[in-house]
Ligand binder design. Structure first.
Ligand code: COI
Length: 356
């Protein structure tokens, strides 16, 4: 089905709210652009999506997603290239991951033309909302909800797929302090750790609140059997530079989100000739490297966070301070290289930027 056969109906706002945005001072996640996309799934099929003014939604209190969390989401970003043309960064990878999440959560696959073509049309319409200063973008939030009105527990039969967008500055505007969690668990083999299910984030709120009260920014989760191997940070995947190698936890065992930024980072590093190891990495190995003076850099990667340097990693009483950021060559190079590709300042040699 082409986008034309999808026939996306568009109802435009009468008056844009864009003047409410201070383009030089944009926080993450607080403002929403003029339009949103909605598609309904019922009787085993998707109806063509519609684009309409951003508005609040109205649901019966018995709607299943409120109660049982059959809900998934994605995070994607749009940029403007050097000529001012909108591009979307690797949305096909988010589409594939959303469908992997959907499968695990007993939700229907979203057809590519609804996800990709619908997103392109929405971004095209709201292109004025894509900020252009460094470290800014239009954050795109696709999500799907189970919308049966039924209090019993069973996979739903009716769903809504929605895309909203939000002009965004950096998720973290300074290096972060991370606490290694060995009491609570995020994911275990056979679970939903590899999905972007709402429940993965809901369960993290209490442990995150606790470590925030202790002065840390985020949690680094460890495995559920031994609390020995690190998995990912609450909002991003994690990388460690030890000696001349870059190490990141492998994504086997269904426990770690297959990050699109993670994959971009691995691709760029390998292309540059840096050794990247995707393998289990224990907190003991990280502590030993810190004692030996070979733990050089640590950073998180994610769509929202992009590449976020970690200045301290705390495990029990051991607060491992990383060297000053000016001395980090890998993370600083990656940040610039990825930004240059996204903003169209250098060749998009991996065909990551989808033109709108
Ligand atoms: C993203 O990086 O897009 C996410 O969905 C993570 C969330 C913490 C904002």
């Amino acid at each position: 089905m082409s986008v034309d056969s999808l026939d996306i109906r568009v109802k435009k706002v009468e008056k844009s709210r864009i003047h409410e945005i201070d383009a030089l001072n944009i926080n993450f996640g607080k403002h929403y652009s003029d339009h949103m996309l909605i598609a309904y799934y019922e009787n085993g099929k998707w109806a063509p999506p519609e684009i309409m003014p951003f508005h609040n939604l109205y649901f019966s209190p018995a709607t299943t997603f409120f109660h049982y969390g059959q809900a998934i989401f994605e995070g994607v970003k749009a940029y403007k290239d050097a000529q001012g043309n909108p591009t979307i960064f690797r949305p096909q990878d988010n589409w594939k991951r959303m469908n992997r999440s959907a499968e695990r959560m007993a939700m229907p696959h979203i057809p590519k033309n609804i996800f990709i073509d619908g997103m392109k049309k929405l971004i095209d319409l709201d292109r004025a909302w894509i900020p252009t200063s460094e470290d800014t973008s239009l954050y795109i939030r696709p999500f799907m909800l189970a919308t049966d009105e039924f209090i019993g527990v069973r996979p739903a039969e009716k769903f809504m797929f929605i895309i909203i967008t939000s002009p965004a500055g950096p998720y973290y505007n300074k290096p972060v302090s991370i606490y290694v969690q060995d009491q609570y668990v995020r994911a275990f083999p056979g679970g939903i750790g590899f999905t972007k299910a709402a429940g993965n984030y809901g369960m993290s709120m209490y442990p995150t609140q606790q470590i925030r009260n202790m002065g840390y920014d985020q949690i680094l989760w460890t495995d559920g059997f031994e609390h020995k191997y690190v998995q990912e940070i609450g909002t991003m995947n994690v990388f460690f530079v030890i000696g001349d190698k870059v190490i990141t936890p492998d994504i086997t065992h269904d426990t770690i989100l297959e990050g699109v930024t993670r994959d971009s980072v691995i691709t760029l590093l390998k292309e540059k000739g840096v050794t990247v190891e995707e393998r289990p990495i224990s907190i003991d190995e990280i502590e030993a490297a810190h004692k030996a003076g070979t733990f050089r850099e640590a950073f998180g990667t994610g769509t929202a966070a992009s590449i976020a340097p970690i200045y301290a990693l705390t495990y029990h009483d051991d607060k491992m301070m990383l060297p000053p950021l000016e001395q980090w060559d890998i993370c600083n190079w990656l940040k610039k290289e990825l930004a240059d590709i996204r903003y169209g300042r250098i060749a998009d040699r991996h065909h990551w930027n989808l033109k709108v």
